[in-house]
Design a protein around this ligand. Sequence first.
Ligand SMILES: CSC[C@@H](O)[C@@H](O)C(=O)COP(=O)(O)O
Ligand SMILES: [Zn+2]
Length: 208
Amino acid sequence: MFDVTRYAVAADSIISAGRFLYGRGWSPATSSNYSARIDENHIAITVSGRHKGELGSGDVMVVDLTGQPVQSQCKSSAETRLHTVLYQIFPDVGAILHTHSVKATVLSRLLPAGKPLSLEGYELQKAFSGVQTHESTLDVPVFENTQDIDALAEQTKCWFEQHPEQPGYLIRGHGLYTWGKTMADCLRHVEAFEFLFECELETMRVRP
Ligand SMILES: CSC[C@@H](O)[C@@H](O)C(=O)COP(=O)(O)O
Ligand SMILES: [Zn+2]
């Protein structure tokens, strides 16, 4: 069982995140999914198919870390397993956000297959928890898009078990996943990624 007060706090953080991310244009047309940890075995996560700018408490439900609904008849996000594997790998992670911005979508389609997006030399890399200097490399893996979410969950689990320090990943032609200790950290990571994606796209435009 889970603590109802902790669920309410987690759900509120998801609802506010949705308002912000939809407002920035990063979660259009019911895309995206968000979650926040309640305890070591439970997370609050968005119900599948809901408008992310207009979330209410009925649009957030509880699942356990195997992805099974707890006290809810709703269907959790189709991508629930992409969230639960990260909570399993990282006991410190408190929130995960998946967004569908134009920049994440376009940039991921321009990157060569089999290579991560390497971000280097940007002062804004310090917006990521634990990064102290622009003289560091953030390797953002780009996974191929698939409708087989269990297979993708397994791939991401393997990659992040080997690269626990990296704060997110792209799915080609699809979007971004990022996480943080708190929802505030996680929102900062989304904003930082969006800034860096724009820088990369702009660099490609002026220096093809
Ligand atoms: C509206 S298309 C986007 C979906 O296919 C999916 O990628 C997505 O992000 C939202 O799925 P959801 O099941 O609502 O969590
Ligand atoms: Zn998606």
